[in-house]
Design a protein around this ligand. Structure first.
Ligand code: FAD
Length: 396
């Protein structure tokens, strides 16, 4: 069961048989692995990427395509948890992604559109958070706004939404096209991508690490685990700190234009949708209808949630809608809603745990790991995986 984005997947496999030596081996070719390979392409280090299936097989090829700046929660909520300065730093860090993707879009056809985004509040209790978020964004020079009422958008009003946060420069991208562009850049600089290769285990030594699969053995100075929700398979000790959670998505046939040509996310961020230039709607969410079912690594469809998504797109356009694609994807949740980035052991690095918000965070996390590996730069403390190490304060 593949996603709409995965229709253009490239499944070409290059044999990986025998013994290899490299400076860095990256396991996983989603956003994290692709951005990391991209950042390392001019480092002078030898790098290999090993992927179980194909680039974009995981969450990165199954997501909604939204690139939303800021943290996984509303900026105002993050400021309440971590302080305004930290929240604004996250805003600044993740805004860089929009520029980076913009630069790639000048060179590659990746369906990138800087449309802005609308967060619609489910009820009046969200008003303080939305207003606080707008105030913080305006302080950072971003002309965000509270929209109240939503009379420009009757299709949203008739769903019961009448209060929203407008962010003028969020974006949408075709995630698999973006990943393919990143790998095009990386492979042109001599970083090979080996698809269809499962890493089974690794064995750490003081000065190197051995990474093995059914037919290969790679001796590397460093391993970067870029497997996000699958991280606990490679690093079982991470199990308490990464929860694999399933999300459901669908794509419709082409429809008449909606009254909102930008992505909308709603109901505390659980639900989201946007219309593509060809009229197709991509819609995902309703995980909160079955939180206990939607866990684990199994990519199955949830009939009740899929039916609810179909109702939603029907309600948006006012009639029943043909569905062309239905899919599920697995994201990685962390207890403190912060990603894990940095050095796990002396030879093993990690970047992942993006809480369903990796499009803007994975490039930043990958850059932090690249700069730590090449220039010994410190990892940003709020993201640093070192917080999980014994003696540190564990997230609650
Ligand atoms: C349904 C859904 C909707 C989402 N919507 C959005 C959105 O709109 N905006 C947003 O910002 N974020 C969204 N996200 C989250 C976002 O997609 C993720 O945060 C991001 O894609 C994670 O990227 P990644 O590269 O770390 O992980 P993944 O993309 O999951 O990549 C991990 C890769 O590791 C590979 N792998 C696993 N085990 C092995 C092994 N043993 N050997 C070799 N390779 C292995 C997998 O095949 C996979 O390709 C969504 C997620 C889901 C599931």
């Amino acid at each position: 069961m593949k996603s709409f984005w995965q229709d253009i997947r490239n499944t070409h496999q290059t044999a990986l048989t025998g013994q290899f030596h490299t400076d860095i081996v990256i396991v996983g070719a989603g956003y994290t692995g692709a951005w990391l390979a991209y950042w390392l392409r001019h480092s002078g280090l030898s790098v290999m990427v090993v992927e179980l299936r194909y680039a974009g097989y995981g969450a990165s090829g199954r997501n909604g395509g939204l690139i939303l700046q800021g943290p996984a929660q509303l900026l105002g909520e993050a400021a309440a948890d971590w302080g305004e300065d930290r929240a604004l730093e996250i805003l600044g860090l993740t805004r860089q992604t929009l520029d980076w993707v913009n630069q790639l879009a000048d060179q590659y056809a990746i369906d990138y559109r800087r449309t802005g985004s609308l967060y619609v509040g489910g009820d009046a209790t969200e008003r303080p958070s939305i207003e606080y978020t707008v105030a913080l964004m305006q302080r950072a020079g971003i002309p965000a706004a509270v929209l109240d009422p939503l009379d420009q958008h009757p299709s949203l009003q008739q769903l019961g939404y009448d209060l929203a946060l407008w962010v003028p420069d969020d974006a949408i991208v075709h995630p698999v096209k973006l990943i393919q562009a990143l790998f095009q850049e990386a492979t042109a600089s001599g970083i090979p991508l080996y698809q269809g290769q499962a890493v089974d285990r690794f064995e750490e030594h003081p000065d190197f690490i051995i990474v093995t699969g059914p037919q290969f053995r790679i001796k590397a100075a460093h391993l970067v685990v870029a497997t996000n929700a699958y991280t606990t398979i490679g690093i079982p000790a991470m199990a308490p700190w990464i929860q694999p959670v399933r999300g459901q998505v669908l794509a419709t046939a082409a429809l008449a234009p909606l009254d909102h040509p930008f992505p909308v996310y709603a109901d505390h961020g659980f639900n989201y949708w946007h219309q593509r230039p060809d009229g197709r709607l991509i819609a995902g969410g309703f995980r909160h209808l079955a939180l206990d079912d939607e866990v684990g690594l199994d990519l199955t469809l949830h009939p009740r949630i899929q039916a609810r998504l179909q109702e939603l797109v029907g309600a948006l356009v006012g009639h029943s809608v043909p569905i062309t694609h239905r899919w599920a994807g697995i994201m990685a949740m962390t207890p403190d809603r912060r990603p894990y980035v940095g050095q796990w052991t002396s030879r093993v690095w990690i970047a992942g745990g993006y809480n369903g918000h990796g499009s803007s965070v994975a490039p930043v996390a990958a850059k932090m790991v690249a700069e730590a590996l090449t220039d010994n730069q410190p990892i940003w403390p709020l993201y640093d995986v070192a917080r999980l190490k014994p003696g540190r304060q564990h997230p609650s």
